[in-house]
Unconditional design. Structure first.
Length: 335
């Protein structure tokens, strides 16, 4: 499959899995990733090769992008969504229309197929994507909790228990995916993880990501019937100072099905021996944790944002807060 773009030097081509090493090379050039972290078997988990494309200039691969086929709950229902990912351009070919060519191809393809009203992405540089019809959908927060951060009492926590294990995709992926799916249903913007590859991606744990910390751990919150009501993937990093241990708990993902599970989960993570702080993953703006902390200011919330684009006029929500998009075709805006 080939589509010629207005710039005669640029051709958008399908990238089969046989070219995965080339894709990883462009990705490394675009994002300056540590080369030892680029294990294709880990980096490309969940990739849909039939929706993976590259831009070539006179036969040389200059940019790449791919799409996840997602489901996105919205107020009143759920819609299919094109999850744009791994958009990158080799720095040698910047300012030559490579990104515009790939975005035009992506948005036109989504629009013409007519089955995904939303195209969404988490942008490394949000300012780039406004000219293609994307807009900020929601804000998220990262928090730093102190040891034993005071939390408001929540009913139902007394009957819950906690279990901790070394994270293992073979053993835990299906369990974690089931909890995630329950949390995802009916919560606008919390996109699906329908494929086994996407469900296993959260367990990627190459040594280069640990930055001196331990291998990934899994905390499970169990209700009074021993069913999983929440989980957290985390790692601890030790740090010894003249005044004693000052370790850090780094949370890579946390999901709770109700406020009680949230309170138990964060209460236990913030009370681990030898640790002095907990760095959270990205939390949605309506997350129970923001209301359970006695002093939110002490957690120093740092704000982020998620951009979203729509190929048709309707509600879209990525992350976990909503933004209404105006009507019209983003594919046309890319021209």
């Amino acid at each position: 499959m080939r589509e010629h773009i207005a710039n005669p030097d640029i051709t958008v081509v399908a990238l089969p899995e046989a070219r995965r090493d080339e894709l990883c090379d462009i990705d490394q050039w675009a994002f300056a990733s540590a080369e030892e972290s680029l294990d294709p078997d880990l980096s490309l988990l969940g990739f849909e090769w039939e929706r993976t494309f590259g831009a070539e200039i006179n036969g040389a691969l200059s940019g790449v992008n791919s799409v996840y086929s997602l489901r996105m709950p919205v107020p009143g229902g759920e819609v299919p969504a094109a999850g744009l990912t791994s958009v990158g351009v080799h720095p040698q070919y910047r300012r030559r229309g490579v990104l515009s060519a790939m975005m035009r191809h992506h948005l036109s393809t989504v629009h013409e197929a007519g089955c995904e009203p939303v195209s969404a992405l988490f942008a490394a540089e949000p300012a780039i994507y406004g000219r293609f019809g994307y807009g900020m959908a929601t804000r998220n927060f990262r928090l730093t909790l102190n040891r034993r951060a005071p939390m408001i009492a929540v009913a139902g926590t007394e009957s819950m228990s906690v279990r901790m294990e070394k994270a293992n995709a073979d053993r835990h992926a299906a369990m974690v995916a089931e909890v995630y799916e329950r949390a995802h249903q009916g919560r606008p913007g919390m996109v699906s993880r329908g494929s086994a590859g996407l469900q296993r991606r959260v367990f990627r744990d190459p040594p280069v990501r640990r930055r001196g910390g331990e291998a990934l751990r899994l905390l499970l919150v169990l209700d009074d019937s021993e069913q999983v009501a929440g989980y957290a993937l985390f790692r601890r990093t030790e740090n010894w100072t003249d005044t004693g241990p000052r370790g850090t708990v780094n949370v890579t993902e946390a999901v709770a099905l109700d406020p009680a599970a949230s309170a138990v989960l964060w209460g236990r993570l913030s009370d681990l021996d030898l640790m002095s702080t907990v760095s959270t993953d990205s939390r949605p703006s309506d997350d129970p944790l923001l209301h359970q902390l006695v002093d939110l200011r002490a957690a120093g919330p740092r704000m982020g944002r998620w951009p979203l684009g729509t190929a048709g006029g309707r509600w879209g929500r990525l992350g976990r807060a909503a933004l209404q998009q105006s009507g019209g075709s983003c594919a046309r805006r890319a021209r």
